[in-house]
Design a protein around this ligand. Structure first.
Ligand code: AMP
Length: 380
């Protein structure tokens, strides 16, 4: 079986790695000749809207999928003329636009931060007045890892609002959304896979820690979350998948305040907060995404490896290889990407039965000093 993947970064690469033992081969489309998925599969180098590149990606594959949601609509239309696409375009369109996401969440009866859309400077003033500061203005489209966001503190004046519009109001971002600032206790995410027959498998709820808008650490199952809260998150992701007739893995990020869940955003793809599933779950998010889109039975989403998993992202630089591998039981994933500040260049996962011991080892990995970049030899 063959799968085409739009995007050739680490998510595409981990999809391909999960496919190899199943006898599934992946082909990738990426504008960069150094895209790291190309280390392990055929890489078509072309822009994401290049007609010839899209045709070459689709040629002879069973299905095309995506490692990111900001796919041009025209590319999806073109692909659909040649090949099955999963998840469906409506899911990508929803995941591209924070206003569509929040509207869907509301329709499904899920609480969200208070929000208003703003398509002009005047509307931004009105939205900030309606939502109330402190609040966060985000671009409707194209934001990731905390980019395309600005915070407005309590008491922010008109000049501060004008400055936000100047910084973020570029029409290419599709306007802004203003969200009330949520004083959450914790951030969590829920990941699930839905197959072509409608079967759904949900992973245990994950606790996530972000810094500067970038995910730093995920712990699964999220410690100390009441079963009823997890059940609500699972019912919600299931309802979202059914509404979108979703096929593949879907991730939803939520805020937890007391026992209250507020939905923040969704990612219609495999997700960084699910990387722990490679070693920490019976079947990883990557394998389950492939199983789902290829019409194969889903694998078990139960915890494996002792019942606790902690993943830490390696951002900007990598420690010395030997220092990481000296940590007993640590699973290293270096993505083969060039080392640059703020870039996710790898992750490490620890699994085990003892929550404190697992966390301690993961914290040791995260605290290691940068190693010699030349020892990794990446230039991508
Ligand atoms: P996002 O790109 O929406 O995931 O935002 C990046 C990070 O900013 C989130 O993971 C939160 O830590 C924080 N954040 C986003 N929206 C809000 C909000 N409405 N209230 C408080 N914190 C937020």
């Amino acid at each position: 079986m063959k799968v085409g993947v739009l995007g050739g970064g680490q998510l595409a690469r981990m999809l391909a790695l999960a496919g190899l033992p199943l006898g599934v081969r992946c082909r990738f489309l990426d504008p960069s000749p150094r895209a790291v998925a190309g280390h392990i599969g055929e890489l078509v180098v072309a822009p994401y809207d290049d007609v010839d590149g899209l045709r070459r990606l689709a040629d002879g594959v069973d299905v095309v999928t995506f490692e990111f949601e900001n796919v041009p609509a025209s590319s999806i239309e073109l692909l659909q003329r040649h090949v099955r696409v999963a998840p469906a375009p409506v899911a990508l369109a929803t995941g591209q636009d924070r206003v569509r996401e929040k509207t869907l969440f509301g329709e499904l009866g899920m609480a969200t931060p208070k929000w208003r859309a703003a398509g002009s400077r005047d509307e931004l003033h009105a939205a900030v007045a309606a939502v109330g500061a402190p609040c966060i203005a985000k671009t409707r489209r194209m934001g990731y890892d905390g980019k395309g966001q600005a915070r407005l503190a309590a008491g922010a004046d008109a000049a501060a609002v004008d400055a936000v519009w100047r910084d973020l109001g570029d029409p290419r971002n599709g306007g802004l959304i203003v969200e009330g600032f949520v004083a959450f206790d914790r951030e969590v995410s829920v990941l699930a896979a839905r197959s072509r027959t409608g079967a759904v498998a949900c992973y245990p709820l994950v606790e996530n820690v972000h810094d500067g808008g970038i995910l730093r650490r995920s712990r699964a199952p999220a410690p100390g979350v009441p079963a009823a809260v997890e059940q609500r998150a699972h019912a919600f992701v299931r309802a979202a998948m059914e509404r979108l007739d979703y096929v593949g893995v879907l991730a939803v990020e939520l805020f937890l305040r007391g026992d209250e869940l507020l939905a923040n955003e969704m990612a219609p793809r495999v997700h960084n907060s699910g990387h722990w599933t490679i070693e920490g779950a019976a079947c990883s998010q990557f394998e389950n995404h492939l199983r789902a889109i290829l019409g194969l039975p889903l694998g078990s989403t139960a915890m494996a490896g002792g019942g606790c998993a902690t993943m830490v992202n390696l951002i900007g630089d990598l420690p010395e290889r030997g220092a990481l591998l000296e940590l007993p039981g640590l699973h290293l994933h270096a993505y083969g990407k060039g080392l640059r500040p703020g870039r996710k260049v790898g992750h490490a996962t620890v699994v085990g039965a003892d929550r404190a011991a697992v966390d301690d080892l993961a914290a040791q990995a995260a605290a290691l000093p940068p190693g010699d970049p030349a020892a990794w030899g990446f230039d991508g």
